[in-house]
Design a protein around this ligand. Structure first.
Ligand code: SF4
Length: 413
């Protein structure tokens, strides 16, 4: 029988976490965890359950664990998540909610079927909200709506050493090594329709350092006295024994917003995961899809539904149908070689259906010129800068309509 107690594990960090949980736990009637499957939220989840198991926190009537399945996770992360979910389901006081975006809004269906280009860091970061926030918010709303009392939603957000002991913890979006989507939850969920004012969020690992996270996941959590969690597999996804130093972020495979796919680059060097090497082709493919040649462009100014003129003349928009066909074929080939399931049968059928129906995002008809077409430049005040050397390049030029519209006010590409 071991004499190790939870307080021996990074004593100060765990003690502070416990204090923060004890301070808020009993103020709420419902308890939930937002779990991405990444290292921070997995550390939170497994530690929380251990604290309940050993009686340091009261066992709630029900603990709701919300897992956002984007369908784009790295296989080792997904595998660890499935094993952890199996363990969670052995406890009859825990309900695991696996939440996914509706079919048409899933990452690859939205890109290939509807034609919205892969997200980027500047103007088009639609993904986090659509494939993580909204499905999670809806699931939570379903649980909380109509029941008495308030809910405490725990997140794995970390901000390094700056712990805040008292009062509501202020949180912001994490970067550099953090899991994607950690920062969103606080902003969005409290605004969800029907649950406003009913949810408080708490980040009890706010002060944890990355080494504390790894020591918990690799050393302590797998020990029987701390729950025997299958968390070591997560270390593979983050760089094996060098995980601490690599400090990779995880999220969708080939995430177009990350400068490098460090987690994927690391795991494909391991014999057990070498078959995933074709997935390295996804990131360049997403970059290719954002190029003008693969997209449409507004020819001139746009008249909005309000009657006003849009401020962004000749903006680039959705993917052409041809680019989508090409990208679909490439992704199907990549997933076959990597033996993974990026697009399943249902998603493939829907993508083909949407392409066949010539589906484009709102405000786009599909008859706009390709974005690499030479055109006179039109400025937002309506002035026109004619093309130089028009005669030389005339066969591929378009003389744009000055104003087109009105258009719908819904989301555009
Ligand atoms: S991992 Fe990247 S692509 Fe996936 S939701 Fe996050 S930012 Fe978007």
């Amino acid at each position: 029988m071991t004499t190790i107690s939870i307080r021996d594990v990074h004593a100060d960090a765990v003690e502070m976490t416990l204090q923060s949980l004890q301070a808020y736990w009993s103020q709420h009637q419902h308890h939930a965890v937002a779990w991405s499957g990444g290292k921070d939220s997995t550390a939170l989840l497994t530690l929380l359950i251990h604290l309940i198991d050993v009686g340091l926190l009261p066992q709630p009537d029900r603990l709701h664990v919300f897992y956002a399945d984007t369908r784009q996770e790295l296989p080792p992360i997904q595998m660890a998540a499935e094993q952890i979910m199996a363990r969670l389901r052995q406890r009859n006081w825990i309900t695991v909610h696996v939440v996914r975006a509706p079919l048409d809004k899933r990452f690859l269906v939205y890109i290939l079927g509807r034609g919205v280009p892969p997200p980027n860091n500047n103007t088009l970061r639609w993904c986090t909200r659509q494939i993580k926030v909204e499905p999670m918010a809806q699931a939570l709303q379903g649980v909380i709506e109509g029941v008495e009392g308030t809910a405490l939603m725990l997140t794995g957000v970390r901000q390094g050493e700056s712990a805040i002991r008292d009062g509501r913890i202020a949180m912001s979006c994490s970067k550099d090594g953090a899991e994607c989507g950690q920062g969103w939850y606080q902003q969005v969920l409290p605004e969800a329709k029907g649950v406003r004012g009913k949810i408080a969020t708490l980040a009890p690992l706010l002060h944890w350092r990355v080494c504390t996270i790894w020591d918990w996941l690799k050393v302590w959590a797998p020990m029987p006295e701390f729950g025997g969690w299958p968390t070591q597999i997560l270390a593979d996804a983050y760089g094996g024994d060098d995980a601490k130093e690599i400090n990779a972020r995880t999220g969708c495979i080939g995430c177009p917003l990350a400068s490098r796919d460090a987690a994927l680059e690391t795991i494909v060097e391991m014999p057990a995961w070498a078959h995933l090497r074709p997935l390295l082709e996804l990131k360049p493919l997403y970059r290719w899809m954002r190029e003008p040649k693969q997209r449409l462009r507004k020819a001139g100014l746009e008249r909005l539904k309000s009657g006003a003129i849009g401020k962004n003349p000749q903006r680039m928009g959705p993917l052409t149908l041809e680019a989508r066909e090409t990208a679909l074929a490439r992704i199907l080939d990549i997933q076959a070689r990597a033996q993974v399931d990026l697009i399943n049968t249902e998603e493939l059928a829907r993508i083909r259906e949407l392409i066949a129906a010539k589906t484009f995002p709102n405000k786009w008809a599909g008859d706009e010129p390709r974005a690499d077409t030479w055109m006179d430049s039109i400025y937002s005040d309506g002035s026109v800068q004619p093309l130089l050397f028009r005669d030389l390049i005339a066969p591929t030029t378009v003389t744009p309509d000055l104003i087109r519209g009105p258009a719908s006010s819904e989301q555009s590409a």
